[in-house]
Structure formats: structure tokens, C-alpha cells
Design a protein around this ligand. Structure first.
Ligand code: NAD
Length: 482
């Protein structure tokens, strides 16, 4: 069933807010930038437009506050982070509604409520993970230990697709390790980040965590900022390269979580009806706007038609529509630019002779940025839809005959964030060893766990987030030899 609500075409106006959290973070219209609801285009609030002067002030405040924050020690910082997590939980519904409206993901399923709840989970996890000093060497009266000490000021630059949760992935470990943090949200989704930081700041000391809600100039200044010690960046590979260049002068440490073009391989003998639903959500979570979503599906010819039929049936039945509507599980493209990218890639595939099994067009009756869930077959490597990150509700399904050939094609991408193998677990495990990716999932795709490190290889970036590995990446290793 497809949601067929009539479109909202009203001129952007500030909708009356019933959210004290939203009221706390929005500024007066004349001082801010209007932020639209992703589904309707109506203004939901105004985000501050900070400048490089504001950035410098935030970095100075962070530097001043960091020493005291570090001096509190792990137990006290952990206690405060738990209070922050409780605050997020207490306002999770308000936070979820801001995310659903601004970014567009529906409230239910792996949507906005899931994102809001995840923020508290990741904060608690960072607060509770213990990093013990490591004994490196001990003999003949000499003892060398490795300690992890704060870096100083960490900058967190995030994307628009999971704005609050990815912000927390950068903020929580950094604070836990005794750093102060300056956050630069995507200019498409600043309210979600301002909201989650507002909740945390009800418990953190002044200056320890500041949002600088500016445009690309502010982002560009961050990576080369002389008083920033580390940049946690999540976004496109192209911007990641710019950040590497900018960091040459200050030698800021970098964690780069960049784009992905994750392959999935369905093995001969896989049961389409058993794997269909997990496969569908591995592809279409957040309407495909997820870094580690499955973006190219290689299916053995013996099961190709059944897998395509299972995916098409789900594509036609999973409800799409505005995020605030409880029944929807798929939403709009968050930005007009992303809508254009998705439309262009599908049009190009069609012109090359690919078959659009279902979807393949906008859904204007739902709103201006909706694109129907789309399955494309009779397509191969070389088409832009296979080679490039579509970041939307479209999947190219590529028929293969020889497994070695499928593995070679999966690995031919410049990117290497995630990959998955579907079918017999033992066979899938052997294939997993051969895939070039930071994570390989078997009979699932894109599931993340706060204890399990996550990061890419090749052009998907470097550095790890989550768990003890993630905490160590926002600290300076320091050896003490006695
Ligand atoms: P983007 O690269 O356009 O922007 C990301 C952030 O960088 C924004 O806050 C932007 O304002 C800022 N920015 C832009 N230019 C900058 C510069 N020169 N210096 C510093 N900051 C700058 O990415 P996006 O379109 O917001 O997000 C989508 C991309 O992010 C996709 O490629 C997706 O795969 C990737 N992503 C990766 C992960 C991961 O964990 N690997 C997670 C989510 C998204």
C-alpha cells in the first residue's frame, strides 16, 4: 500500500511549534536561516548562521573548559554523561519529531524514534566503556605502560542523513575521553544537532560542547584551525579529501567516515523469501540515505528472478510518505540536490537499456522530494547507477553467473565501507574473507552495535568509531616508562 496523502504546496511559513525543545533552539527569523520540513517544504524553525568569528570564540571557550573537564576524571565525566543520556531519553519523542520533520525519516521502523533512542544508547555506552592503561613491557626493573590522554579540542563535522545520531557518535566518545567538542552540523539539518546538544548541555559544564551552525566556509575553516586538535568527519569522500588537505598545516588528527557504495552478493541457493525483508531494509533504510546501506546487489542467475520479485513486492507495499505520519516507513529525499541525483541516475540507467521493475519516477502526490522505491535490473558495472553512490530509494540488481567474477566486481569499487553476503552461512563466511570493506555482514547489512568498531577502507576513509577502538581514536596514546 502506498500512502497517497495530498501534497502540501503552501508557501514556506513558520509553523506554530508545539515543542519546547524546538523553541529552545530556533532563533528569530531575522537572525537565522529557515529550515524546511523535508516532506512539505514548510519552515519548521530558524537555525543560527554562525560565522568564523563565532567558530573562533567556540574553540577558545572549548580550550578554556577542556582542562577542567579532563580533570574531573572518568567517573565524574561518566556520571554527567549518564545525566545527559537520561535527558535525551526524557525528550526522545520531541527529538524524534524534529528529526522526522527536518531530515524526513518516518517516526517508526528504523526511523526517527530509533535515531533519538540510539543517541542515548551511544552516550551511555561511551560513558561505561573503560580504557585501562596497557602494559607494554616489564622486565629487569623497567616497566612501560600505554595511557590514553585527552587530545584537547575535537571538531565534529557531520552529514544530513542521520544528523543527531552521527553527531553523538562523534561527540560522546570525545567527551568521555576528556576532550571538549565543537560541532558543525550539515547546513541541511542543523536543528536535529542543535536539539541533541541542547539536551546534553543541560548537564555539561559551559564551553565543553558548542554547536557552530554555519555554512561550508565555517566547515572549511575547522580542518585547518590552529587550535583544533582532531577532526571527526562524516560525509562525502570529496569533502573528506578537502579536509585532509586543510589539515596539512595544523596536522590535526582525522577520523574520516566517508561515502560508500556497498555491494551485496546473493549466493546460489539463497532463499528469496527468507532473506527478502532483511535485504530490503539493508538497501532502503532511511530511504536509502545511509552510508552503509547496500547500494549494488549482485544476484546469482539461479535465484535472480525470485530475489527481484521479493524486493519488488516489498517496494510496492512498504508505505512511503511524510515522516510525521505514523503509518509510513519510507520518507522523502532530504535535499532537492539528492532528489536530482537519484532522478538522474535512474534516467541514465533507463537510457542505457536497463529495466525499471518498479518505481523509477517521482511521487509528487506525496510531496516535492518523494521518489518511488525503485528496483532496476538488466544493468551492469559501468552504469553510473552501479558505479556511483545513489544515496536514495533505488537499487541496481546485477545478474551474475560466476561467484569469482561477482567478488571481483564487488571489489572493483574505489570505496570500501561495507559489504554483505546472503545465503548459506558457511559459504558466505568464505566469501566475506575476500571482500574489501571495513565491515562484511552475513545475511544482514548495515546493522551497527556501539561495542563493535565501524569504519571504512579505501576511499571510504580511515579511523574507527565505537567501542574501545573508537574511544582510543579520540585520545593521544602516551607511553610512560619507569
Ligand atoms: P558532505 O560531504 O557534503 O557534507 C558533510 C559535512 O561537511 C557538512 O556538515 C558540510 O557542511 C561540511 N563541509 C562541506 N565542505 C567542507 C569543507 N571543505 N571542510 C569541512 N567541512 C565541510 O556530505 P553530506 O552530503 O552531508 O552527507 C552524505 C555523504 O556522507 C554520503 O557520501 C555518505 O555516504 C556519507 N556518510 C558517511 C558515513 C560513514 O560513516 N562512513 C555516514 C553517513 C554519511
Amino acid at each position: 500500500m502506498t500512502n497517497t496523502e495530498s501534497p502540501t504546496t503552501a508557501a514556506p511559513t513558520a509553523a506554530p511549534s508545539s515543542s519546547p525543545l524546538l523553541d529552545a533552539i530556533t532563533v528569530d527569523p531575522e537572525q537565522g536561516r529557515a529550515i524546511p520540513d523535508a516532506a512539505t517544504g514548510e519552515t519548521i524553525g530558524y537555525a543560527p548562521v554562525h560565522t568564523i568569528v563565532d567558530l573562533d570564540a567556540a574553540v577558545d571557550a572549548a580550550r578554556a573548559a577542556q582542562t577542567g573537564w579532563a580533570a574531573l576524571g572518568h567517573e565524574e565525566r561518566s556520571r554527567i554523561l549518564h545525566l545527559a543520556a537520561d535527558e535525551i531519553d526524557a525528550h526522545a519523542e520531541e527529538l524524534a519529531r524534529i528529526i522526522a520533520s527536518e531530515q524526513g525519516k518516518p517516526l517508526n521502523g528504523a526511523g526517527a524514534r530509533f535515531e533519538a533512542a540510539g543517541c542515548a544508547v551511544w552516550v551511555r555506552n561511551a560513558a561505561d566503556t573503560i580504557i585501562e592503561p596497557e602494559l607494554l613491557f616489564e622486565a629487569e626493573g623497567t616497566r612501560s605502560e600505554l595511557h590514553y590522554v585527552p587530545l584537547g579540542v575535537v571538531a565534529a563535522i557531520g552529514p544530513w542523513n542521520w544528523p543527531a545520531l552521527i553527531g553523538i557518535w562523534q561527540i560522546a566518545p570525545s567527551l568521555r575521553m576528556g576532550n571538549a567538542v565543537v560541532v558543525k552540523p550539515s547546513s541541511s539539518t542543523p536543528l536535529s544537532v542543535l536539539a541533541v546538544v541542547e539536551l546534553m548541555n543541560r548537564h555539561l559544564p559551559d564551553g565543553v560542547l558548542t554547536v557552530v551552525s554555519g555554512n561550508r566556509e565555517v566547515g572549511a575553516r575547522i580542518a585547518g584551525h590552529p587550535r583544533i586538535d582532531k577532526v571527526m568527519f562524516t560525509g562525502s569522500t570529496e569533502t573528506g579529501r578537502e579536509i585532509v588537505r586543510s589539515s596539512a598545516d595544523n596536522l590535526a588528527r582525522l577520523t574520516l567516515e566517508l561515502g560508500g557504495n556497498d555491494p551485496g552478493i546473493v549466493l546460489p541457493g539463497a532463499n528469496a523469501s527468507e532473506i527478502g525483508e532483511a535485504l530490503f531494509w539493508g538497501i532502503f533504510i532511511n530511504t536509502g540515505q545511509t552510508c552503509a546501506a547496500l547500494k549494488r546487489l549482485y544476484v546469482h542467475e539461479s535465484v535472480h528472478d525470485e530475489v527481484v520479485a521479493a524486493l519488488a513486492s516489498l517496494a510496492e507495499s512498504i508505505p512511503m510518505g511524510p515522516g510525521a505520519d505514523e503509518e509510513n516507513l519510507l520518507g522523502p529525499l532530504t535535499t532537492p540536490q539528492q532528489f536530482d541525483i537519484v532522478s538522474r541516475l535512474v534516467d541514465d540507467a533507463r537510457q542505457r537499456g536497463a529495466t525499471v521493475v518498479t518505481g523509477g519516477e517521482a511521487a509528487p502526490e506525496l510531496g516535492p522530494r518523494f521518489y518511488r522505491t525503485t528496483i532496476v535490473t538488466d544493468i551492469s558495472d559501468g552504469a553510473d547507477l552501479v558505479e556511483q553512490e545513489q544515496f536514495g530509494p533505488v537499487i541496481p540488481v546485477i545478474r551474475y553467473t560466476d561467484l569469482d567474477d561477482a567478488v571481483a566486481r564487488a571489489n572493483a569499487s574505489a570505496q570500501g565501507l561495507g559489504a554483505s553476503v546472503w545465503g548459506d552461512p558457511a559459504e558466505a563466511r568464505r566469501v566475506a574473507d575476500r571482500l574489501e570493506a571495513g565491515t562484511v555482514w552475513i545475511n544482514q547489512h548495515g546493522t551497527l552495535n556501539p561495542m563493535v568498531p565501524f569504519g571504512g577502507v579505501k576511499a571510504s576513509g580511515y579511523g574507527l568509531e565505537f567501542g574501545a577502538h573508537g574511544l582510543k581514536s579520540v585520545a593521544a596514546p602516551k607511553v610512560i616508562t619507569v
